[in-house]
Design a protein around this ligand. Sequence first.
Ligand SMILES: *Cc1c(COP(=O)(O)O)cnc(C)c1O
Length: 376
Amino acid sequence: MNIYDELNLKKLINAAGTYTVIGGSKMSETTLDKMNEAARSNVEIKELQNAIHNRLAALTNNESCVISAGAIVGIYLCLASAISMKYKKQFKHLTKSEIEKAEIIMFKAHRNPYDRSIGLIGCKLIELGFANTIDIVDEETFEQAFTENTCAVFYLPSSEGGWVAPGALDLKTTIQVSKKHHVPVIVDAAAQLPPKSNLWHFTKELGADAVVFSGGKYLKGPQSTGVILGKKDLLDWVSRHNFPNYDIGRMHKISREELVGIYNAVKEYVLSDEEEEGNQATWIVNDLIQEFDKSNCFIFESSYPNEAGQPMPRAKMIIQSSKINVELVRDYLLSKENPIYTKIDNGYIYINPMMLSLEEYKIVKASLLELQEELK
Ligand SMILES: *Cc1c(COP(=O)(O)O)cnc(C)c1O
């Protein structure tokens, strides 16, 4: 019996995107096989980490790589490690007052529900500016925020169409100014794949010290993993703090299966044909537009980029019939034998093709045709 049947749970079709609440993305069959293999034998964890970190650094054109237990943990470990790097002491050896006086600079526009981990470090958070366009932080204001206690700058990059509020200084200038003060910049790019080039864009091209990606989003690795890429000096400190060492990373354990899973997933992603995946997404969106072109229930438009700012189109449903609304459509799709999970965004319902196989798309389309039929 299938495990979800045993637990009396329905398997969802993901027409929403890489949302954590529904388990993010799906891993490839090869990744699952490798995880299975890894589970069947013991191995020295530090040796496994070293081998995987070295290979992933090389594959992504970075000096160093560390796998963390999710992107949030990656950000937490990088920022805490920046404090250690400044004091030249492992985090567990820092005194409470040393930690409390350490400062991390971030823009108020970059406050987000994932940044609670920064508060856990116990240092000072210096917030600059506002989350709107009235008084955007300029270079001078940013420069003045640096003190002798500044240990790191945290940055949440926005891409066009994404959800990050305006109000921050641009990333390029942020990095230039921080470099002058010898302060590392840590970038949260958890959902900024595709494009693949972002694996090295923030670090190698723009000069950020570390960038963090979520393993369970577009990378299609285990959902509990994160990938930190960047400069060797900072990442060496991250490694010292990381599981299985007895420091702050010890509570963020990653199993050998997960380490192997994310390794294989990143490898597959680097070798994947991004253009072809983009073409499939565009094909799905265009197919919906054409199929419902003359419908008096709902029609579709292409919406680009998606809500995370990823360069992928979504199909935006424009309801024509007064008999339905977005909530009814969402609930209808969820009530099907193969429940289809969609997300309402800004009052519209979207079919996001990013995580849909063509097989699954057929089911989505059939369900939409059924809804149209029922409304006739
Ligand atoms: C998803 C996301 C995270 C969290 O990633 P996890 O791998 O789930 O920890 C952090 N920051 C941003 C901007 C995200 O989109």
